[in-house]
Design a protein around this ligand. Sequence first.
Ligand code: FES
Length: 136
Amino acid sequence: MALYSEKVMDHFRNPRNVGVIEDADGVGEVGNAKCGDIMKMYLKIRDDVVEDVKFETFGCGSAIASSSMATELIKGKPVSEAMKLTNKAVAEALDGLPAYKMHCSVLAEEAIQSALTDYYGKHPEKKPQDGQHKTA
Ligand code: FES
């Protein structure tokens, strides 16, 4: 059996949404201290929808494929869905990653979370409430 799925190879060879969004609403950068790989995500958000997303990844093939797939999974989706994207969902969408490469998909989840944290830092009024209603 091949080590990497066809989807992983496809997204590694032809990554989607590579690049920079100059006027991004949220930017997140994360890294893995062990392997030294770095991933940066840029989000353009309009009306609580991820209108555009781009990434730059200086890392292994699985990290590139994971970032590419993660951008496809959140593009055009409500921010609330992007927030819930897990590395497991990214790996599943890629038809799996070898166990020792799962941490590469974690970078994608963390980069999106980091970009959303940046976005909410700039737009606190957009932050979803935690569901606790204060009574007067
Ligand atoms: Fe570190 Fe893939 S080996 S992200």
